[in-house]
Design a protein around this ligand. Sequence first.
Ligand code: SF4
Length: 417
Amino acid sequence: MSKARTIHLHKRMLMHKDRSRKEVEEIVRKQMLNVFATPKLLRVPRETLNLDGTKISAHQGRVDAMLRGQRIAPITIDMALTQKCSYACTFCYAGLQQNDQSPVPWEVYENFLDDCVEIGHAPGEGVRAISLVSDGESTENPNYLRFIKKARDNGIEVAAGTNGFKLKWDELPYLIENLTYLRFNFDAADPKAYAEIMGTSEKSYETVLDNIKECVRLKEEIGSEVTIGLQMVLLPEYADQVLPLAILGRSLGVDYTIFKHCSDDETGRLGVDYSWYTSPLAIDLLKAAEGLSTDTYSVQAKWSKMRTGRDRKYSRCYGTPLLLQMSGTGIVAPCGSFFHEKYKRYHIGDIKETRFRDIWASDEYAKVINHLKSDDFDAKTMCASLCLQDKVNEALKELIEDGKDLPPASIMHRNFI
Ligand code: SF4
């Protein structure tokens, strides 16, 4: 990601901070009156799909191997195929982690995918799933489909998060048939707000809407089990988009719409007001949104993380061997919070320079992972807020330090822990 993009992104962020919180809250109150006035279907939004928790208990054998001190393969790798993105979302955490562009050649990805199935504490115990999310818009990589095909051929599940703008219609049938889930990052129901928040044009909004509709249509036509959803990163300044987006998702026929907190770095550079997520208005608003769920459509707030706010419940980070991350540059790091050059001490390797299987087997890997779970490390003060591994870490802390059982795993998407 370029420096210019980061500056642009922060300028936009400041622009939105000027928007009156009072003004937004007034709109929200009026919207809630309308929603509460309509009859409710009384659905439990998490009945079939729980997007708020960890699924590591579905992988007890691998957790046990890790606790025995064996070197295990990650169950899930969260990664991007590029650092590029044609959008400039106001809240983009990747903007805080930008490094110089460093594309990964196709042959390197081929080796990486072969290594994913080769590694592990026992035969057949390799990487189970890859989520194409992380620090870049993977659809910008011309090898996007090729990567997914090769991963699927290797028996690895793949899921994708995307702004949805560059999806190609001739590639959609394969994606719909082969992805476990396809999540559209879609941060407003109103085209103007969408363009402002996501740093793009109103025309992009229309393009993405068409792409979502086509995905939903194909899912029905093919009879695919892919889960299609919308995700809004919720900042208080954009609260007036929550209910309209929950309604839009329902009319589009997607499987879910989720509202999540915004992650900030350890110095709070994005200036996220975490107290807002637990304010009475935010809770009422998100409950009203969840009330729009139906038999086939689930609206969910990521309550657990919103309630946690900035305050982690653990100091030691145990989870990264189970859920590892890789930047669009090819840098393998325990987590996306440490992709930036200034956290080089946490970089385990770069797949452009070293095969992934060798990075995984290296002393450096052990050094970094062991440091994160040592007394020398404190996630409460040394990490960004609410990282991807947060729920995994909470569950492992309770297991290892408090002797509690792992929480039950939801049925769907078990390899995306
Ligand atoms: S707790 Fe810290 S080190 Fe561990 S994954 Fe989260 S941000 Fe990274």
